[in-house]
Design a binder for this molecule. Structure first.
Ligand code: KIV
Length: 282
């Protein structure tokens, strides 16, 4: 029996035997996430190689190269200025650190709204540098269908979609009161268009529960309560690096403080001539 070896981005070997029967691999794919409906899917953003590697080693299911790279890393006031070129740059970096988790990359504002053709071209440019799926905001049904037709899995995103901040009049909870149906309908449209999962951002928990109970794809919440099929959080919020503490987030470590203290100790030792020593000398 012939054994075929195939090497993944991060050098992991997959073995395909007997021509076409793959031996079980724990690599997480979009169909695998799709099949996790009713389970709990742990997702986090990452924007560079070491962060993606750490998230991957921690065993998260899905790593999103979010356009939140704009506010968290690039110093922009929102996600609106983030360009496709910047997403390509960060996706390439994160892909080199990600081996097991599904790597999803955000289509930034202006890269998919004008036409389905543009949406496919933008998605392709992210896949070329290692994205295994793309995410876009809103019920852009035709764009989602076209990208899926091109062989690229799509993650939907409804609710408080930050790229629409100007039409929302600020970062406000969406889907309250009689606006609930709008968000529910958007989630259903995204599902029907062929998305393998959908992010529900900053909507009332009861609305997220209603969507979760009525779509067949996994819902991934952020500020959407405990009843979704999974959760996504932004790297800098999870690790205590963000300056703002959001109600929808939880810091599991104070990496900001740890980093500052480490840098203070380093600067102090350099000034006192305690570092470097003979041990660090060649
Ligand atoms: O860009 C991002 O980080 C996101 C998540 C908040 C879902 O879209």
């Amino acid at each position: 029996m012939r054994v075929y070896h195939s090497t993944t981005r991060a050098g992991r070997q997959l073995y395909l035997r007997g021509g076409n029967l793959p031996v079980m691999s724990d690599k997480i794919t979009a169909p695998k996430i799709r099949s996790m409906k009713g389970g709990r899917i742990a997702c986090v953003t990452a924007y560079d190689a070491p962060s993606a590697r750490l998230a991957d080693e921690a065993g998260v299911d899905l790593i999103l190269v979010g356009d939140s790279v704009g506010n968290t890393t690039l110093g922009y006031p929102s996600t609106l200025p983030v360009s496709l070129e910047e997403m390509v740059h960060h996706t390439r970096a994160a892909a080199s650190g990600c081996s097991n988790a599904l790597l999803v990359s955000d289509l930034p504002f202006g890269s998919y709204q004008a036409s389905s053709e543009e949406a496919v071209r933008s998605a392709v440019s992210l896949v070329k540098v290692g994205a295994e799926a793309v995410k876009l905001e809103g019920a852009y049904v035709e764009a989602i269908e076209a990208i899926v037709r091109a062989g690229i899995p799509v993650m939907g995103h409804v609710g408080m979609t930050p790229q629409s901040v100007n039409s929302f009049g600020g970062f406000r909870v969406q889907g309250r009161g009689d606006r609930a149906d709008t968000v529910v309908e958007a989630a259903h449209a995204v599902e029907k268009a062929g998305a393998f999962s959908v992010v529900l951002e900053v909507i009332p928990g009861v609305v997220a529960k209603r969507i979760t109970e009525t779509v067949s794809i996994p819902t991934i919440g952020i500020g959407a309560g405990p009843d979704c099929d999974g959760e996504i959080q932004v790297w800098h919020d999870l690790l205590g690096i963000s300056e703002t503490v959001y109600r929808h987030a939880k810091a599991y470590a104070d990496v900001g403080e740890i980093t500052k203290n480490a840098l203070k100790s380093y600067a102090e030792e350099v000034r006192k001539r305690e570092f470097p020593t003979e041990e660090n000398t060649f």
